[in-house]
Design a protein around this ligand. Structure first.
Ligand code: DAK
Length: 261
């Protein structure tokens, strides 16, 4: 599969997806969303090859400055519904990917860019990162899940402040709000994200994927249902080669060798 608007690279089990439209501050149009979906599908269908995925933006200025406003300005209501559906499908696929995803937010993460980061499992930011949902400045509402995912990340009141005001927040404020885990000097951001990815990629891939699924689904469930899901998932791993290997390696005092997902 060839890409024009993103670049996709896999090295040592770590996929890096870079949104690559720096002249438009990596804004998301339909073609770019389609390419992101294509790369996610590659990651999903290549078990073991991609064990963690990093998302970032090309250039020094932006992670993703939002949905492409020039493209959106041409849409009528029916096309807008299709565009929002494409955004939802792509971000839902990202959230459900059976490998851990890490957003390395290197600059503006506004609107659809903030929503893209929030569909990742972990978010690290550079000191240059700026987060916000400025859609109300354009007479829009967040259309790629922001009204819902932001609540789950920062709580209802802070999410309301961010979305109602459309203001842009610096990285330290975003971190204090729980929107990113750590803030790093720009030149250390990718290295930090890769180091975390490598740790995660070295763990039992089926165990990590199962944790992700149960935690992600559990966050939207009542506790008794979520605990049922955990119990079933725990039992489901017994009898797999990975679980046998993990426990055998401990008992034999050797490092575990995990090969498949
Ligand atoms: N879309 C398209 N082009 C963009 C862009 C964007 N979101 N953001 C920046 N650009 C382009 C600029 O137009 C400019 O292009 P040229 O003029 O050079 O051709 C170039 O990138 C550089 O931008 P600036 O010259 O503006 O750079 P500055 O450093 O002065 O400012 C900025 C950087 C990030 C503060 C500024 O560019 C900015 O405010 N950008 C817009 C940010 C924004 O509002 N993002 C939210 C977009 S709305 C829905 C589906 C989806 C959505 C909603 C509904 N449905 C279908 C229901 C999602 C909406 C959004 O994400």
């Amino acid at each position: 599969m060839s890409f024009q608007n993103i670049s996709w690279d896999v090295a040592d089990g770590i996929g890096t997806l870079t949104i690559n439209r720096p002249k438009q501050l990596n804004a998301l149009d339909a073609a770019t969303l389609g390419e992101i979906a294509g790369a996610l599908e590659l990651a999903r269908v290549q078990p073991g090859e991609v064990r963690a995925l990093i998302l970032t933006g090309a250039g020094e200025k932006a992670f993703v400055a939002g949905a492409d406003i020039a493209a959106m300005a041409k849409l009528g209501p029916a096309e807008a519904r299709e565009f929002a559906a494409l955004g939802h499908r792509t971000l839902n696929a990202l959230e459900a990917l059976p490998v851990v995803t890490i957003a390395a937010v290197n600059g503006f993460a506004l609107g659809g860019g903030c929503e893209l980061a929030m569909a990742c499992d972990l978010i690290y930011a550079s000191e240059r990162a700026r987060f916000g949902q400025p859609e109300v400045n354009l007479g829009l509402i967040p259309g790629f899940g922001g009204t819902q995912r932001l609540i789950r990340r920062v709580g209802l009141m802070r999410a309301k402040e961010m979305i109602f005001s459309g203001e842009v927040y610096d990285a330290a404020t975003a971190r204090a709000a729980g929107l990113c885990l750590e803030v790093l000097p720009p030149e250390r951001l990718l290295e930090h994200a890769r180091a975390k990815a490598r740790v995660i990629a070295s763990r039992g891939p089926a165990a990590v994927a199962t944790c992700k699924r149960v935690m992600q689904q559990g966050a939207d469930q009542l506790l008794p249902q979520a605990l049922d899901a955990e119990r079933l998932a725990f039992a489901g791993l017994f009898g797999t080669a990975e679980t046998k290997e993990g426990m055998a390696a401990f008992l034999e005092k050797r490092p575990a060798s995990f090969t498949t997902r």
